[in-house]
Design a protein around this ligand. Sequence first.
Ligand code: GAL
Length: 476
Amino acid sequence: MGWNNWNAFGCDVSESLLLSTSEQLVSLGLRDLGYQYVVLDDCWQKESGRDQHGKLQPEPKKFPNGLKSISDRLHEQGLKFGMYSSAGEMTCARYAGSLDHEIDDAESFASWGVDMLKYDSCYHMGRIGTPLISFNRFKTMSDALQKTGRNVLLNLCNWGEDFVHTWGMSIANSWRMSGDIYDSFTRPDDLCGCDPTVISDPFCIAPGTHCSVLFILNKIAPIADRSIPGSFADMDMLEVGQGGMTDEEYKAHFALWAALKSPLFLGNDVRAMSASSYSIVNNPAILALSQDPHGRALTRVRRDAGPDVAKDQWGVGETHVWSGYLDNGDEAVVFLNAGAADLDDMSCSLAEIFTAFGPGGSAPHVQHDWAVYDLWAHRMSEATAAGIIAAATAEERAALLKKADWFNATETSYAEGLRNGDPRLFGEKIGVVEAGGVLRAPVKSHAARVFRLRRIAKYGETFKGKSIDRVARDEL
Ligand code: GAL
């Protein structure tokens, strides 16, 4: 989790941008919710390229004190420093790339105190076309980073090419699986090529840009189970707060990225953040899905795109149900309505929700009662969020966060909070689905509902070390 400058600033990077942003991350409490990496994307180099020793050089007008001073400052603030290069002769914005310079460049990154490398794939000199060719090209950097002895998280960015979902986890901590996101919920665009529903499309040679939230969801659906703890499919940086989507759309985008275990990189200008954006990305109950110790993504158990589903003007109206197991035995469920009309009654049976444990209702889970928790129920109020943003000093902000009793993952990890049943991570109980039953909820157009199902013990059983009588059951 962290922040990356690309979505909001593109090539307009500088020391002052990074350091003014890092101060905001700290004082808004975002670092303490887990947003730790401050990532400098493309365009940080001198246009003249490498120096006479073959080393990459930061542009002094943008970084007058060099890069080590930035990482030192970030480390003092309890943050981490991410940087960017490309496994090509040039980066995507045509600065020097690291292909065939991996050892030199890994040493530079390590000497600057870098903690994460986003590693792109532009100008690859034709070294693409089979999984093995791409694997070897990226592995050279993975090995070079290891050789420096510094712990550097590696984020591959080859947009899903050459079946990265089958090999990325051997050499990297995350791997981009689509072309670049843009700030739209459903709008298709020719620049985002490939059929999102055909993952094995061998002609998907130009994953492109302008990929909507819905496109990325459809593209990840068949490979969502490939993310494992330590190496996750990267659905690209967040667009929350950029202005192109509605509040409900941003909530859905954010919750699905969290539930699918995508890295969460804020992509907006956090120095000019609205209260509504802030109160989306600071929701600890949603972040606890992202940081759940089980570390596996939800998978899609249902997609309806037939004539019954209201279409919007782009003809992409559809609904999804995503579900997945969580470390403590709870089940996360997301109802997504990407259609043009509000739905009063979206539904999914327990049999479908628990398909992963046995299809056709054979999963034992279907025979239990489940309490339903709404994970957006305790979103920070607009007034509290606005008050924190408007506070004049970092001290005032800290006091307001304390007053709001906001979750602090630096003090208590999500894993511990979940183990202890910290109510801030569980939203609010809104109902019960009985054994063999159906989860139902209204879902507005272009919105998602996000639930945690918690098993209700049966009378007479011993559950979580407690023998269950009527009173104990009623407490659950
Ligand atoms: C793209 C990458 C973007 C951004 C950009 C920089 O290839 O997908 O996230 O890093 O290059 O030029």
